[in-house]
Write a protein that binds this ligand. Structure first.
Ligand code: PEP
Ligand code: MG
Length: 325
């Protein structure tokens, strides 16, 4: 099967009814980069910058961060890379960055919250990203956004860094794309404001599911208790796609759902046209979508999601049947 998937590497990811689906990969370390050309991914849809921090024994300095981002962009040879700013805390532990013990780390001082409280840390990272992307495109996004004001706060720091660099005669990126991860449910009720504030949205379905269903993603006693292909979560995802269409804001998804053929199929049925996944999943997902009638699936899935009766097949059963047929 590996061979079969490899043979698909250069095949265009187009569904049977002509829908093109952008397939990107997730990465975080230099060792991931060769997978870009091996998998046939169009780019890196999620670059987890905290990994450099997690494997280091102390805080990477500005120069180290810049050199690292520069090396990543060089290896990507023109394919887009979406850098996510530091997502420390919660399940992502950085040993030398000892915050005080928290009773609920997933709900605690993490990601953009921590970055905004330590603006020196964030500004250093933004500076490194800007410098590494001089003359090309910088595409970046912010994790764990809870309120739109956090986006504006990061943008302000970013503008300060741009001004600082241009004042000191540094070259700047030719183009800047600034996005937010949608992984905290509160954003569902600020979604139009959110989309007005960014260039793109990337759904972090791992955390969005965790916070929507109130189940710890790392606790196997509960993490599989509710179905991420059940009605509640699929309706959340559909609302995001619809908001993207309404606001003309590109929407992608970079959680584990994107990498499993059945859930990737569901995402296409919901209207996602771009997803990012672990590189080994690209072959299986592409094999799935080449045989998919996206329009027919969308009709069946939307009808199921609009149905308010609690009897009959679950949405997972409908998806399984569709996949089998
Ligand atoms: C997510 O939450 O879905 C995501 C992509 O980010 P991470 O798994 O790194 O939290
Ligand atoms: Mg996340």
């Amino acid at each position: 099967r590996q061979e079969q998937f490899r043979a698909l590497r250069d095949v265009e990811p187009v569904t049977r009814d002509g829908q093109r689906i952008g397939l990107q990969m997730n990465a975080g370390l230099m060792v991931d980069l060769p997978q870009l050309s091996e998998s046939g991914a169009e780019g890196i849809g999620l670059f987890r910058t905290e990994l450099q921090f997690m494997i280091a024994s102390n805080m990477p300095k500005l120069e180290e961060q810049e050199a690292f981002y520069r090396a990543v962009l060089k290896q990507a040879v023109g394919r887009p890379v979406t850098f996510r700013t530091l997502d420390i805390g919660g399940d992502k532990v950085v040993p030398y960055f000892r915050a005080h013990e928290e009773e609920n780390p997933a709900l605690g001082w993490r990601a953009i919250r921590l970055s905004l409280d330590r603006p020196g840390l964030l500004r250093t990272q933004l500076r490194a990203l800007l410098r590494a992307s001089a003359g090309s495109e910088l595409k970046m996004m912010v994790p764990m956004v809870t309120e739109v004001s956090e986006i504006h706060a990061v943008r302000e720091l970013l503008l300060k860094e741009v001004q600082h660099l241009s004042k000191h005669g540094h070259a700047l990126p030719k183009k800047l794309q600034f996005g937010a991860m949608l992984e905290v449910p509160s954003l569902m009720w600020q979604i139009d404001e959110l989309m007005a504030a960014v260039d793109f949205i990337s759904v972090g379905s791992n955390d969005l599911f965790q916070y929507t269903m109130a189940v710890d993603r790392g606790n196997t006693r509960v993490s599989d208790r509710f179905d991420n292909l059940g009605k509640p979560f699929l309706r959340v995802l559909r609302d995001i796609v619809r908001a993207g269409e309404r606001n003309n804001t590109p929407v992608t998804l970079c959680g584990e759902m994107a990498g499993r053929p059945l859930s990737a199929m569901a995402l296409i049925g919901l209207g996602f046209r771009s997803v990012s996944m672990s590189p080994t999943a690209i072959g299986p997902v592409k094999a799935m979508l080449l045989g998919l009638d996206a329009g027919k699936l969308a009709a069946a899935l939307n009808a199921a999601l609009d149905d308010r009766s609690l009897s009959g097949e679950t949405t997972r059963e409908i998806l399984l049947r569709f996949a089998a047929e």
